[in-house]
Design a protein around this ligand. Structure first.
Ligand code: LLP
Length: 405
């Protein structure tokens, strides 16, 4: 099992498939999932649902299924993709936000697990399904956590979940329509390093348990932090596992009940397995900096611009080159700066730069801005590099356009 793809293989793949290119390492995905399983090996109550909004390519979903992980979906189309990839309904979870009720009806028709995130949809659900279909409810615990405000979802101004102060309304709807509330859900945010945040949520759940006699699962969401910068630390998964097991005991002692514990990691499973490969189009030395203009932009990797996220960048065409400072910029007609004042081995036009940690929310957030094609995707599995999404072509830009005159 190889956790990293060597620079030599990266160069070969860039030559073979061209750039810009998203590349994923199946071994690394397997490793990440195994890390979770190993940490939680003493609990038979924990289930992991890969939050596939991070990366939905069908071949990735099939790999996730092969290694025995479940899947969490954030739209009905993701749920359809999961079904297409071969997941059984019992292994699919649908955790959505602000959706129209007909998506919930379709999720029920698919027979998948559902978390509901508004009183409005809970009421419609109760009216239509009564006690016939078990459902989870997403709570907003009013806890601020996450790498930045845009990816913090549990705080008191967040649109996600039913605010905890509306607990009585939830209970009232449950009783009025005899709703089978089978789970409590929360996702506090992304990039949560502090295990304590998960434990704060579990205290909120602990206090809620007595209100819900038919609970089967407590869903703690995703959000495990992965290291982006050198020296960064990710979430301590073993510590989390130990705390969760202590929490399970506490529930048993307090209420003589026990529940499955669910998690929905996205980034943790796929981020470090992914690379974005790009070629340097132009070098532009100026009085203040040298711009390295590359053949990609925020149309392909928006995280640095949208969240000021840091991605490690490496020049794999000149590994021994002298270290110099560059502004690495995209080819989009916007200020799409990937990195400013970044030390890299000397860059020549035509060199291939690689962005690490690009597996999660990379391709998935890509667009056709400036009428550029979205990149191809390649997966390295069993030592072989396989194309898992073709690079777009001009016809893709014309498709669905109606030339009315
Ligand atoms: N569960 C729910 C309900 C979520 O909303 C999310 C992420 C996850 C699980 C997975 O979170 P993860 O383990 O991947 O952190 N585009 C942003 C991240 C936004 C995540 C939105 N929800 C980024 O690139 O950092």
């Amino acid at each position: 099992m190889s956790l990293q793809i060597s620079n030599e293989q990266l160069r070969t793949i860039a030559r073979e498939f061209g750039t810009p290119l998203y590349l994923y390492n199946a071994d690394r995905i397997t490793h990440q999932y195994t890390q979770l399983q190993t940490a939680f090996q003493h609990s038979d109550k924990v289930r992991f649902f890969y939050a596939c909004k991070a990366l939905t390519n069908l071949s990735i979903l099939k790999h996730i299924k092969q290694i025995g992980c479940n899947v969490d979906c954030s739209s009905i189309n993701e749920a359809r993709l999961a079904v297409h990839a071969g997941f059984t309904p019992e292994n699919i979870l649908y955790t959505s936000n602000g959706i129209a009720f007909d998506e919930i009806e379709e999720a029920v028709a698919l027979g998948i697990n559902i978390n509901i995130d508004s009183l409005s949809n809970l009421e419609k659900f109760g009216k239509k399904y009564g006690h016939s279909y078990p459902v989870g409810i997403r709570i907003r615990p009013n806890i601020m956590a996450g790498g930045n405000l845009k990816i913090s979802t549990g705080h008191e101004n967040s649109k996600f979940g039913i605010p905890i102060e509306q607990l009585q309304d939830i209970v009232q709807l449950m009783q009025q329509y005899n709703i089978h509330i089978a789970g409590l859900h929360n996702h506090t945010g992304s990039e949560i390093k502090d295990v304590d945040v998960f434990m704060k949520v579990s205290s909120v759940f602990l206090d809620m348990i007595p209100h819900f006699p038919e609970l089967q699962f407590l869903d703690m969401g995703g959000g495990f932090k992965v290291p982006y910068k050198d020296g960064d630390e990710g979430t301590d998964i073993q510590l989390l596992a130990n705390e969760i097991m202590a929490f399970e005991k506490k529930i048993a002692v307090t209420y003589q009940r026990n529940f499955q514990i669910w998690f929905e990691p996205g980034k943790y499973i796929v981020s470090e397995a992914g690379y974005l490969l790009s070629k340097v189009n132009v070098l532009k030395p100026t009085a203040t900096t040298t711009f390295a203009g590359i053949d990609t932009g925020f149309n392909h990797l928006i995280r640095p611009m949208f969240y000021e996220a840091y991605h490690r960048i490496r020049n794999i065409s000149n590994e021994k080159g002298e270290l110099k400072k560059y502004a690495v910029v995209g080819n989009i007609c916007e200020t799409d700066t990937f990195a400013w004042d970044r030390e890299l081995n000397e860059i020549r036009e035509g060199d291939v730069l690689v962005f690490d940690n690009a597996g999660a929310y990379g391709f998935e957030m890509a667009s056709n801005f400036n009428s550029r094609f979205r990149p191809a995707e390649v997966l390295v599995k069993d030592g072989k590099a396989i194309l898992i999404r073709k690079r777009e072509v001009f016809e893709d830009l014309l498709r669905n356009q109606v030339e009315a005159f």
